[in-house]
Design a protein around this ligand. Structure first.
Ligand code: AMP
Length: 144
């Protein structure tokens, strides 16, 4: 049914379930899958200049680590490196923009992530849904 699926991976322990669902949706044809992880800007989360922490270095380290972990997942699934995207920015708009850019016909995303199942409003999945121009499938993750 779908020819190109963008899978939003937050690198949490629940990522596996989200990825497995996408893999099933394309009958294990990894050529139809793209993976994306968005690293949030460190400076937006913490104001550490007063402690003389090198934000630029910290940011780059976060990007490198995320890139490595996402690549490893991509390799395991036989997904080409051009189809594995590590981006910097706000997760929801970056995921939506990338879906448009690559012409994805579906985005697969977890219902919950790092913030846990108790936080419903404001989750990335809801934000991605608003304004998405393709199908969005949320994979139920969490305790209930
Ligand atoms: P959350 O908004 O943290 O509850 O996460 C819900 C889902 O959004 C996760 O299961 C992921 O599929 C996706 N997601 C959250 N944060 C990111 C991120 N930084 N990069 C890619 N996908 C993400």
């Amino acid at each position: 049914m779908y020819n190109k699926i963008l899978v939003a991976v937050d690198l949490s322990s629940d990522s596996r379930k989200v990825i497995d669902t996408a893999v099933d949706m394309v009958n294990r044809d990894s050529s139809k899958l793209h993976l994306v992880h968005v690293v949030e800007p460190v400076a937006a989360a913490y104001s550490m200049d007063i402690y003389a922490v090198n934000i630029g270095e910290l940011q780059q380290e976060a990007i490198n680590m995320a890139e490595q972990r996402l690549k490893k997942i991509g390799n395991e699934l036989d997904i080409g490196s051009d189809e594995v995207h590590t981006l910097l920015g706000a997760p929801a708009p970056e995921i939506r923009n990338l879906a448009n850019e690559i012409g994805a016909d579906a985005i697969v995303i977890g219902s919950h992530g790092h913030a846990g199942w108790k936080i419903l409003l404001g989750s990335t999945a809801i934000k991605v849904l608003h304004g998405a121009t393709c199908d969005v499938l949320t994979v139920h993750v969490g305790d209930d």
